[in-house]
Each structure stands twice: as C-alpha cells, then as structure tokens.
Design a protein around this ligand. Structure first.
Ligand code: ZN
Length: 295
C-alpha cells in the first residue's frame, strides 16, 4: 500500500487573462477589438483573491502584460495578497507563432511591465496555450537569457492545440538555470491524462479530479501543478457569438460549477506558490535532466 504523504504542498496557479483573449476565440475576435470589449478580469481576480484569502492559500498568477498595463491595480492586489507575480507574456500570442526575436520582445516587455508595476522580481513564465513544444525548444534559451528561472509551458499530453506527450511529467532543469515545471498529468497505461485544471477540471466530476491529484501526490510522490483562469469562475461573462460547437463546449462546460469546485480543491489539499515549492526549500527535482536538445 502506498504511504500517504499528507504534507506535500501542491502549486496553485492562475493564468490572468480575460475571456476574449482565449486562444480558441482568436478566429472569432480580432485583437484590435479587445479594447472595446467588456472587461471582466478585475472583478474575477478580486473574487479569486478573496477565495484564496479565506483559505489562507498563496498562489502564482501568470499575468498578461496587456492586462497589467490596463489594470495596474490588479497587479498590485496580487502582490499585496502575498502571491507570486509571474508572466504569461504580453499579448497572448502563442510562442509557436512567433520568431525568436518577437518572442523575446513579448516576454521581456511583459517581465519589465510586471516588475515595474508590482515592485517584485518576476521569474516565472507560462506560455499561452502551453505553446512550447518540439518545434520551438529555442524558446527555453530565450527565456533563460531574458532572466526567467522557470517555465510552466510544456503540456506532456496529446491534444489538438498543444502538447508534447513524451516530455517529462514533473519539474526538471531544461537549461542551466531554467526549470520546466509542467502542469500535472496522471500516467495511465501508456498515456498521460490531464489532471490539473482547464476544461478537463470543468468537464470531469470533482471526485475524479481530486482522486487524480491524490494519486500524483501519493504514488508519484510529487507536487501537483493546478491551473485555472479568472473567466472560469464567471458564469455571467458575455457569450461569444458564432463560435463552433467544440469551442463553445470547451469554454462554457460546467462554468457555473467551477467556483464551488475550486473552493473544495483549496480545502482538500495544501497549496502554495510555484516559486516557493519549486525554487525554494521544498525544491526536489527528482527526475534526471532529459536530453531535450533543440531539434
Ligand atoms: Zn492564456
């Protein structure tokens, strides 16, 4: 029987962007129109900060530069709450759509904006739509050169929009001075199942999500990395019209239930910031460095 490891702390993370910036909506909402759309991110981040404060949980907020520029008070509230301020890039463009020079511009400008507004160092980055994979491993060199210390950008699953199913499931040094910290999957047979947030968390029964995280803690002996978005706790967000059925399902499925599930999740496990867990005293990358050299 596996020995329970109740003391293990998991990492809670929030990707701070608004509902209209989701990559799956890109074919339907022009970037130039973002400024004219109703923004919900400020109230939603406030609600998340209140939920975290109630349960005395500190988390990591991967924040878009675009949001920080328009809502500096959101950045300040995240820092004031004792949470880690991290970067989701500037304009939510997939790393895989950018040249190395454009990627550098995106991640360096977001880092500077966030650091200037928040008054704290920003060392963590998550690529929009987990868009670092086999085709753009150069992005790790750019991240390290721009001063980031960790990335949470490779999803070790097979998915139609992202993923690199054969990459390591747990934190590992991907370059000297740079850790890659994937969001959590559960190994079942020869497949990795997503078990750490996003649409899957809204789709699956809560008890199954909880079971998967427990398995990772108890069987793998590793902290889980969970993520969600401010718009996922907002059932009253404006509905985007004219989208295809798959996109509509993925975005809106069980959206009215998500806040309640997040509250349960916060109570059912111990949680902390990414930097505390993976760069601090609890850091224990047990997986040897894989040979992930640029293709
Ligand atoms: Zn995003």
């Amino acid at each position: 029987m596996p020995t329970p490891t109740p003391a293990l702390r998991n990492a809670m993370s929030i990707d701070v962007e608004d509902y209209f910036q989701v990559s799956a909506f890109a074919p339907y909402i022009r970037r130039e129109d973002w400024n004219g759309l109703e923004c919900r991110v400020e109230r939603n981040v406030d609600a998340i900060l209140a939920l975290l404060a109630e349960q005395q949980v500190k988390a990591t907020f991967f924040t878009l530069g675009w949001i920080a520029e328009r809502y500096p008070q959101v950045v300040k509230a995240i820092v004031a709450g004792g949470h880690e301020l991290a970067s989701h890039g500037y304009g939510h463009e997939r790393a895989s759509d950018l040249s190395p020079a454009a990627f550098l511009q995106d991640i360096a400008s977001a880092k500077k904006l966030l650091e200037d507004l928040g008054g704290v160092p920003v060392v963590g980055y998550r690529a929009p739509s987990f868009s670092i994979g086999k085709g753009n491993l150069w992005a790790f060199d750019v991240l390290r050169d721009a001063g980031y210390r960790y990335s949470s950008s490779v999803y070790p699953i097979a998915h139609d929009h992202y993923g690199m199913p054969d990459s390591p499931r747990f934190a590992y040094p991907v370059r000297e001075g740079l850790l890659e910290i994937p969001v959590t999957t559960l190994r079942m047979g020869s497949r990795n199942l997503p078990s750490s947030g996003g649409g899957y968390f809204r789709l699956l029964p809560y008890a199954l999500s909880r079971w998967m995280i427990r398995r990772v803690n108890e069987v793998d002996g590793e902290p889980a990395v969970f993520y969600f978005h401010p718009w996922e706790i907002d059932p009253d967000q404006p509905r985007v019209a004219g989208i295809d059925a798959k996109t509509r399902f993925r975005h809106y499925v069980n959206i009215a239930r998500t806040q309640g599930r997040i509250v349960r999740l916060l109570g059912d496990f111990r949680w902390g910031r990414m930097d505390d867990i993976f760069l601090g005293r609890e850091a224990s990358p047990r997986v040897p460095a894989p040979s992930l050299s640029p293709a």
